[in-house]
Design a protein around this ligand. Structure first.
Ligand SMILES: Cc1cc2nc3c(=O)[nH]c(=O)nc-3n(C[C@H](O)[C@H](O)[C@H](O)COP(=O)(O)OP(=O)(O)OC[C@H]3O[C@@H](n4cnc5c(N)ncnc54)[C@H](O)[C@@H]3O)c2cc1C
Length: 610
């Protein structure tokens, strides 16, 4: 691949990742920047890419302001409570006040939203969720982005961001086409990173033939973190990984079951167990356990403790609800619209939820900024609402000039989900247009030498393979390279055993984290020796690079925060309690790629909504 063709693409705004936030960013950039060149680049095909690829059955973030159902402030209170007090209220409020307009657009573009036959409003699944026939959710949203973009480049894996020659601001990105192998240099005045969250950084429950069966999409490969981290963007709350209680083995979602079907959980002996753990949880986290709704992590904690006490498995009581034909239909359609695998698992395990109460379990941890946790980049807030300390330029701009983000990429603002991610992409797009307009003719300059160096580095795994394959000793093993899969499994093992994964019951401590960092350091050295047999493996190699860097960041943050803020997500055994006195704050990190060192600091949490 040394002779791979180089393709240059110039644009005003470059959107990296065409998922929910990326489609929102592309759409809105065109709205405000009629004459600008807006390019969206995606490693898959935006038609069916990202976490919504398979479709969804509910939009989880909708205020319903037209019917006075909720106000943006209510959503801020809800997210703050669920995150044990720590959210960027300015960012959350900003999304909540605009998210309804986004959902109305989805409906206009053809997304079928269910209606409540009694009052004609959108059918509520819960206080924030509305039900949709969403198998084609992503193609519908992608169509809007396709029409808005000047150009969409599918099948291009972005590997690095480019900085201006003077290093002061972002200048574009590079990557390669996973089908043709061409090398792409995207030069842009502003870049919006919307490359999704991270699965497969912790060892998943399903390994071997089942390793693709994870809750968050297996192709969510941490690029949203790996790309900004490498250019020195500050990250926040990266310790706040998410663990989900889901139907066992298929990761089928439980939201519709709890909220719409009104099913509930029991231990193996048919007992309600959550109330049993209330007092002991109060000793760990204080009054947070008395809040309503009980924060997600604390409910996980009760489940985990119950299983540890030997009263598992935990089951969802479906037998009663499934007697009602309407609820039975909803129960199955819920899976068919977004997690078909769960229906297949039940069929293969002889589980008919009318006859058998299915098992629940907790997932391996994931890192993301759009669901019930808020890991991601530290971003500037809205001019009219954010405290001065949270503003350093344009809305959703990271700490690197000209670099914006949305969805899973942006930290501090949980509970955005699909609609909120699209909305945040729109917010970032609008701000990026303003940035580009104010930049005028001053186009950032990209260094040709840097591009050439990156080109060499990007294809190196293919050269490693070409040379190393002559030394294969058995099967696929060669002494001079490691395959991306080997590297991935090594990463997952380190994170699992040292940073609080499933086999450690989500528990870690300072000595474990310190050793984990040493092992991650050795893994990073070995990434130089990745071997890629073909372009597909080359993509896997670069996904691994992003995952490793994000993992290192998660580990640094977990080490820095000396408390257990979210029992049920992870435990610092050496600091087992929540400590509001010292840790009611955000954690921030910054990576210096020259020295390989991380700088950590605290940032204040401002409570804007009472
Ligand atoms: C199983 C599951 C169930 C969910 N249920 C719901 C629900 O019921 N309701 C709801 O509202 N939300 C739900 N969500 C959440 C919702 O899907 C996410 O909040 C949302 O998709 C996040 O948007 P995003 O744009 O940040 O990431 P994504 O939508 O995942 O988009 C990221 C995009 O970046 C691309 N990309 C990644 N790396 C690169 C790279 N290096 N180069 C180029 N492109 C790249 C990816 O291919 C992808 O297209 C669910 C998610 C999952 C996985």
């Amino acid at each position: 691949m040394r002779r791979a063709k180089t393709v240059f693409v110039d644009s005003d705004i470059l959107v990296v990742g065409g998922g929910m936030a990326g489609c929102g960013a592309t759409y809105e950039s065109r709205y405000w920047g009629r004459d600008l060149k807006v390019v969206c680049v995606e490693k898959a095909n935006i038609e069916r890419s990202g976490a919504v690829a398979q479709g969804l059955y509910a939009i989880n973030c909708y205020m319903g302001m037209q019917w006075n159902e909720n106000q943006p402030e209510d959503h801020v209170r809800y997210a703050r409570n669920d995150l044990m007090g720590l959210v960027r209220e300015d960012l959350g409020y900003d999304i909540a006040r605009h998210v309804d307009a986004t959902v109305h657009k989805f409906e206009e573009w053809g997304l079928p939203i269910m209606r409540d036959p009694q009052n004609g409003r959108y059918q509520r699944e819960g206080k924030w969720q509305i039900m949709i026939h969403g198998e084609s959710y992503k193609p519908i949203v992608a169509e809007a982005a396709r029409k808005a973009a000047t150009e969409v480049y599918n099948r291009i894996m972005v590997t690095h961001l480019l900085m201006d020659k003077r290093r002061k601001r972002v200048a574009g990105a590079v990557g390669f086409n996973v089908r043709t192998g061409h090398f792409y240099v995207f030069r842009a005045k502003a870049v919006i990173v919307t490359a999704g969250g991270a699965s497969h950084i912790f060892k998943p429950r399903a390994v071997g033939e089942g390793m693709g069966r994870t809750w968050y999409a297996p192709w969510s490969s941490a690029s949203a973190y790996g790309l900004p981290i490498l250019v020195g963007a500050a990250m926040t709350q990266m310790e706040n990984r998410i663990v989900l209680t889901r139907f066992k083995d298929g990761y089928g979602p439980v939201g519709a079951y709890f909220l719409h079907l009104k099913t509930y959980t029991q231990n193996a002996y048919g007992q309600d167990y959550e109330a049993f753990w209330r007092d002991s949880i109060e000793q760990l986290v204080g009054d947070y356990v008395n809040h309503h709704p009980v924060p997600t992590c604390l409910r996980n904690h009760a489940l985990l403790e119950e299983v540890k006490a030997g009263r598992g498995p935990i089951r969802m009581v479906t037998k009663e609800a499934f007697k009602d034909p309407h609820k039975e239909t909803v129960g199955w359609e819920n899976f068919l619209g977004m997690t078909i695998g769960q229906a297949v698992v039940w069929a293969s395990q002889n589980i008919d939820p009318k006859e058998t109460n299915p098992e629940l379990t907790t997932s391996e941890p994931y890192v993301m900024g759009s669901h019930a946790t808020c890991s991601g980049a530290w971003a500037s807030g809205p001019e009219d609402y954010a405290p001065a300390e949270y503003q350093w330029g344009y809305n959703r701009m990271m700490t690197v000039e000209g670099l914006f983000g949305g969805g899973d990429a942006i930290g501090g603002s949980a509970h955005k989900f699909s609609s909120g991610s699209f909305t945040e992409g729109r917010i970032a797009g609008k701000a990026a247009v303003k940035y580009v307009n104010e930049l005028g003719k001053a186009r950032p300059e990209v260094s040709d030498a840097e591009c050439e160096d990156l080109k060499k580095a990007i294809y190196k795994p293919m050269e490693n393979y070409e040379i190393g394959r002559n030394e294969i000793v058995a099967g696929t093993v060669s002494p001079s390279y490691i395959l991306p899969l080997h590297g991935l499994q090594r990463l997952e093992k380190i994170m699992d055993e040292y940073v609080g994964g499933i086999s450690a019951y989500y528990t870690t401590n300072e000595p474990l984290l310190t050793r984990g960092l040493e092992l991650l350091g050795m893994l990073k050295e070995d990434l130089e020796h990745l071997g890629a047999e073909d372009l597909h493996q080359l993509q896997r190699a670069w996904e691994l690079h992003h995952r490793v860097l994000a993992s290192e960041c998660v580990t640094q943050h977990t080490l820095f925060r000396k408390e257990t803020r979210w029992p049920g997500y992870y435990y610092r055994a050496d600091h087992p309690k929540l400590d509001d006195k010292d840790w009611h704050c955000f954690t921030l990190s910054r990576y210096d790629r020259e020295s390989g060192k991380w700088e950590m600091e605290k940032a204040p949490v401002y409570h804007i909504v009472d």
